[in-house]
Design a protein around this ligand. Structure first.
Ligand code: PEP
Length: 249
């Protein structure tokens, strides 16, 4: 049985002091529980602060929002998977829509970043999702499958079964427009089918998260949709109360 995953993508918000304060406020109110995983994705500069502020509470984990494809070297401004691991991260967001559409990240790069994460013992959460124009053109499944297959290319079935996927329609991210639970469920079925092709029966272990304008009011309905195993949350994870509400759902 897959444990629900609640992932907070802080994007470029919460520098070290704010991140420490947030994590301390969250930890003070959070009752450790082993029936779900809560993951914080702070900006890289704040990862160590969140790691220390959260301490060793069961079910809470830290990830990074991005890594570079190489482990070290002349890549000014980048962070690598071994560095993220050293700082206390266990997860990596790969191919978030802002990486793809603001920074021009390619499918080939997402494959290399998944590989780099796995090489360092980090769990990649591969993000896939269609633009509004692609949805309107009936291309949603094709776009999502292309991104998924490209990102997983060259990973063994064993590795794929230890990863996580996030379906995030680009038109729903940060816009206040949410996919309906039915829309989300329909794409999750397609993703699960493709995962079975790669990982066989172990595909059932892979959590598939939904993301896109999730908030305290719509989180429960989205999480209850068939095949939705967790939520990746941007804006609503920046407020302690609303994040606690979502994670308790
Ligand atoms: C995200 O950043 O992955 C996201 C889903 O953002 P928001 O919840 O703000 O739409």
């Amino acid at each position: 049985m897959r444990r629900p995953v609640f992932a907070a993508n802080w994007k470029m918000n919460n520098g070290p002091s704010a991140a420490r304060a947030f994590a301390a406020a969250f930890a003070a109110r959070w009752t450790p529980r082993d029936d779900r995983t809560v993951i914080f994705f702070p900006p890289a500069l704040s990862v160590s602060d969140v790691v220390h502020a959260l301490g060793n509470r069961g079910g809470l984990a830290i990830g990074v929002q991005n890594i570079w494809t190489e482990d070290k070297g002349a890549f000014t401004g980048e962070n690598s998977a071994p560095m993220a691991k050293d700082a206390g991260a266990r997860y990596v967001l790969v191919g978030h829509s802002e990486r793809r559409h603001v920074f021009g990240e390619t499918d080939a790069e997402t494959a290399l970043k998944c590989a780099a994460s796995v090489r360092s013992g980090l769990t990649p959460i591969l993000c896939v999702g269609e633009l509004l124009s692609q949805r309107e053109a009936g291309e949603t499944n094709n776009v999502v499958l292309k991104q998924l297959r490209a990102g997983l290319a060259s990973q063994s079935a064993n590795i794929v079964s230890s990863m996580a996927i996030a379906y995030e329609p680009v038109w729903a991210i940060g816009t206040g427009k949410t996919a309906t639970p039915q829309d989300a469920a329909a794409v999750h079925v397609v993703i699960r089918g493709a995962l079975r092709e790669v990982a066989g029966a172990s595909a059932e272990e892979i959590p598939i998260l939904y993301g896109g304008s999730v908030n305290g009011a719509n989180a429960s309905a989205l999480l209850a949709a068939p095949g939705v195993d967790g939520l990746l949350v941007g804006g609503a994870s920046l407020d302690v109360e609303s994040w606690l509400t979502i994670c308790a759902g």
